[in-house]
Design a protein around this ligand. Structure first.
Ligand code: G6P
Length: 370
């Protein structure tokens, strides 16, 4: 096992550090920047089905569901196809309206999650076209879908999903750009500039890992005794906030909630005092001015602010108690880059609390019962 961990203390840390490679592997053979092409046979063979879909319904559980939420932002923005994202367990029991004009995308790292499988079968019976995004090759979900894309993140051992999540975001980004180009909703110049930026995302992740790793170990020490956390983000980074909170609660057992930053005033603001740490994702591109005013509201109530900002940031950084810098990217890529320090933060807080990060209590890597 020590050999499999490759010198890292836990699989989770190893998998966090593998992300420059796993994201690259997910794009390998698909993203051909010089030719200006995204090659995805699973999409291309059915591209009219996607284009003419009434809507795309994304079905998933847990972390994969968070990836699905970001998929909704991506596909609606670039391909202009309506998207809904559903928890598989809710979808299957609420007599959903599905027709043969719908496309269902199932996202599952393991490809074995019982609720996702059952929801898919239901959608299939009603005639929807089913597309799978799985990590485990030849898994049950991968086998029953009509088409799909593997994430190629490699085996993920840590129960808390990290590299599978960023690989899912990478696939969803490729799908959104490919469909956008085909549908004519994403112009060629923007397409070319986005794919060049996507191609460099593994490098951005590498930068984040090396520039924030030690700092996050230090920050984490201050939160070992904390009992609650709030995570806030807007737009693409709202689901990233949900995922950051999920990582923390899964492995450290600290209660954490993710919220869209603007919704804070409809509830969570009542919780804020000097004992409440708030992780706020505030990159330049993505409603930055609005985030600044959210941070002011937190500051006025003495909340402890841990801000994830772009390099060179001033306004949010001046108000924050802790500043974690990530490189600036187009908004659609920021959840990939911002997730990395949040994974590290959850990891180190959990390690310092003495928790079993690779196998947290009561959780399973793949949930094959409902
Ligand atoms: C379990 C795992 C999570 C995962 C979820 C969905 O709860 O602990 O990490 O996100 O299942 O799993 P899937 O394999 O379908 O992505």
């Amino acid at each position: 096992e020590q050999i499999e961990k490759g010198g890292y203390e836990h699989f989770m840390l190893k998998e966090i550090f593998e992300q420059p490679k796993s994201v690259h592997d997910t794009m390998r053979g698909r993203l051909l920047v010089d030719e200006g092409v995204i090659k995805m046979a699973g999409i291309w063979d059915h591209v009219e089905r996607f284009k003419n879909a009434n809507r795309i319904i994304i079905i998933a559980c847990g972390t994969s569901w968070h990836a699905g939420l970001i998929g909704e932002y991506l596909i609606e923005e670039y391909a202009r196809i309506p998207v809904e994202v559903e928890y598989a367990s809710e979808f299957r029991y609420r007599n959903p309206i599905i027709t043969d004009k719908d496309v269902v995308i199932a996202i599952s790292q393991s490809g074995e999650t019982a609720d996702t499988m059952a929801a898919l079968k239901l959608a299939k019976e009603k005639g929807a076209f089913i597309y799978g995004i799985c990590n485990v090759v030849d898994s049950s979900i991968a086998r029953i879908t009509d088409a799909g894309s593997y994430t190629h993140a490699g085996p993920e051992i840590g129960v808390a999903s990290t590299k599978a999540f960023t690989a899912q975001l990478t696939i969803l980004t490729l799908i959104a750009f490919k469909l956008g180009k085909h549908n004519g909703t994403l112009g060629n110049a923007e397409f070319m500039s986005l794919i060049a930026e996507l191609d460099a995302i593994p490098k951005r992740i590498e930068e984040v890992l090396s520039s924030t790793h030690e700092q996050i170990q230090q920050i984490s020490k201050d939160f070992v005794e904390t009992t609650n956390f709030l995570y806030l983000g807007r737009g693409y980074n709202y689901p990233a906030a949900l995922e950051g909170a999920l990582k923390l609660k899964e492995i450290s057992y600290i209660h954490a909630e993710g919220y869209p930053a603007a919704e804070m005033k409809h509830g969570p603001i009542a919780l804020i005092d000097e004992n409440m740490p708030i992780v706020i994702i505030a990159p330049k591109k993505g409603h930055y001015d609005k985030i600044v005013s959210n941070v002011q509201e937190i500051k006025a109530r003495k909340g402890k602010i841990i801000a994830v900002v772009n390099k060179g940031d001033r306004q949010v950084s001046e108000m924050a108690d802790y500043v974690i810098e990530i490189p600036e990217t187009s908004e659609c890529f920021s959840p990939i880059v911002a997730s990395v320090p949040l994974q590290l933060l959850a990891y180190y807080i959990a390690v310092y609390r003495g928790a079993n990060v690779d196998q947290p209590r009561n959780l399973a890597k793949s949930v094959t019962v409902e």
